[in-house]
Design a protein around this ligand. Structure first.
Ligand code: PRP
Length: 185
């Protein structure tokens, strides 16, 4: 299959471009209001968050900087074991800063719980969490989320940063991947 043959793999659209734009603006407005007069550090979690973070940052009306982390879950059992490790840490020291973790999606919650504990120990002035998508049916651990975009059902979703086997991250919308795609592997 050619990578650009999107129509064969993509099912219904969960969030069209307009919804993503509106959601990202709403979250940026909330953050800008909550941190009025302050500067925030956006911490994007690679790779999934790169597009959401780029749009979110450009809608902020307050001073901000960006940094990134890359994490990996241990093996295929990661979602049940909850083990997470750092592949690339921040370049920035976050002590005393207003840090906001920016994620594309929360599923079991293990990744965000790990991040909140890890980054919280570095003594930022505040630590908030902003997530575009949540699958509440999949949650295994309770994680506080300060800024949430959309709740979605437990389907495999791609686009706007999210992938299937590294494909479809740059689709301008979020859509359900047809189950036949991952069943045939
Ligand atoms: C996704 C997402 C979160 C994590 C959420 O990353 O970006 O980091 O899974 O799952 P959890 O709530 O069950 O911990 P993924 O491992 O797909 O990597 P990617 O962002 O590089 O695509």
């Amino acid at each position: 299959m050619h990578e650009n043959d999107v129509s064969a793999d993509i099912g219904r659209i969960l969030a069209p471009k307009e919804t993503l734009e509106e959601t990202t603006r709403r979250l940026a407005a909330q953050i800008s209001q909550d941190f009025a007069g302050k500067e925030v550090l956006l911490i994007g979690i690679l790779k999934g968050a790169f597009i959401f973070l780029a749009d979110l940052a450009r809608h902020l009306t307050i001073p901000h900087t960006v940094d990134f982390m890359s994490l990996s879950s241990y093996g295929a059992t990661a979602t049940t074991s909850g083990e997470v490790r750092i592949i690339m840490d921040l370049r920035t020291f976050i002590r005393g800063k207003h840090a906001i973790i920016v994620e594309d999606i929360i599923d079991t919650g293990h990744t965000l719980l790990y991040l909140q504990q890890l980054l919280g120990a570095r003594q930022p002035a505040t630590l908030r969490t902003c997530v575009l998508l949540s699958k509440p049916d999949r949650r295994k651990v309770t994680v506080p989320i300060d800024y949430l975009g959309l709740e979605i059902p437990d389907d495999w979703v791609v686009g706007y940063g999210l992938d299937y086997a590294e494909k479809y991250r740059t689709l301008p919308y979020i859509a359900v991947l047809k189950p036949s795609v991952y069943r045939r592997e």
